[in-house]
Design a protein around this ligand. Sequence first.
Ligand SMILES: Nc1ncnc2c1ncn2[C@@H]1O[C@H](COP(=O)(O)OP(=O)(O)O)[C@@H](O)[C@H]1O
Ligand SMILES: [Mg+2]
Length: 275
Amino acid sequence: MSELVIDNVWKEYGDQIVLENVSLTVASRAFVALVGPSGCGKSTFLRMLLGQERTTRGTILLDGEPLPPEPGPDRGVVFQRYSVFPHLTVLGNVLLGKELTAAKYKAKLFGSARGGAIEEARQLIAEVGLSGAEGKYPAQLSGGMQQRLALAQALIMKPKVLLLDEPFGALDPGIRAEIHTLMKRLWHETQMTVVMVTHDMREAFTLATRVVAFERPRDRPEEKQRYGATITKDIAIWPPRRAGEPSHSNPDRDGPVALQGLHRDDPSSSPSGDK
Ligand SMILES: Nc1ncnc2c1ncn2[C@@H]1O[C@H](COP(=O)(O)OP(=O)(O)O)[C@@H](O)[C@H]1O
Ligand SMILES: [Mg+2]
């Protein structure tokens, strides 16, 4: 299980209200794409889910429990850049989470525990398509390979929730399509719930089960400080996608054909439509 319940969350920085009245329940194993104009608080929202930022008001529950106030192994994250450590090899980067967890208990990974962790890391490296690159450093990898590495680094901790902040935004279209296929497979094969920020609508509708838009309902210059962004659209992808049920027989189902969802004129899909 990995259900997120975000209840009436507000985020303010000093006098500036960034987010207001954000409520959202994300089902276990859903894949939510979060879209919205630059500066509307998408990354801030993701950082609150990660535990890097506190909410000013409201609560966030993960499986019914308040989110721990700091990042932990139950939440993995991949940013557009710099999720991996430049001074560690591919293998070192993927092993890092395990080593840090051991270090927390004043232990080091020794002997068979270390062997097991290395074996697990190698398998994951293979799964993201980086076999043979175990000894390389991030600077020796292409952008697409670095993002594959970042995914492996996050996944080794088997997070309940994977948070992605424009993870594929800097990649060339061909490479992006390949990594989309990988991302879909990983989502189907694991138990995790995914929340992905993207500015690419096509990407949102290609990968997600649900597309949520943040916007500022009041955006005049004199209103910018006093009103934050909130959820203005909440679109369920049709036909529905379900984790663990890849539709090999009908590739269109997972493909951009779901872009039709964009034009759906369904007032019930907008929880705060009348606001
Ligand atoms: N640590 C911070 N301190 C003060 N203001 C911040 C901080 N982080 C973000 N903001 C402000 O919050 C707003 C939303 O930022 P952000 O979440 O990065 O937007 P997005 O990811 O949607 O582009 C911006 O106006 C930004 O300047
Ligand atoms: Mg951002």
